[in-house]
Design a protein around this ligand. Structure first.
Ligand code: SF4
Length: 64
């Protein structure tokens, strides 16, 4: 019997992607009002970029 991984989670709202809804994100706002989404998984796991390109529509690390 083959062990299969669950399918990756996909964003429900395409305009925003997954990061704004994720338990592993930190919202960073610059002095000029620009918003960046920092992935805290990037601290321990090199597969995750510190600032993922947005919108990120599929991510195996996503947790609501
Ligand atoms: S784990 Fe994935 S969805 Fe969550 S903040 Fe990091 S890159 Fe975004």
């Amino acid at each position: 019997m083959n062990e299969r991984q669950p399918p990756p989670v996909r964003a429900l709202e395409p305009s925003q992607g997954l990061c704004p809804q994720c338990a592993h994100v930190r919202r960073i706002e610059s002095a000029k009002g620009s918003v960046f989404w920092m992935c805290e998984k990037s601290r321990d796991d090199p597969r995750y970029p510190r600032y993922p390109a947005q919108p990120r529509m599929v991510c195996p690390g996503f947790e609501r």
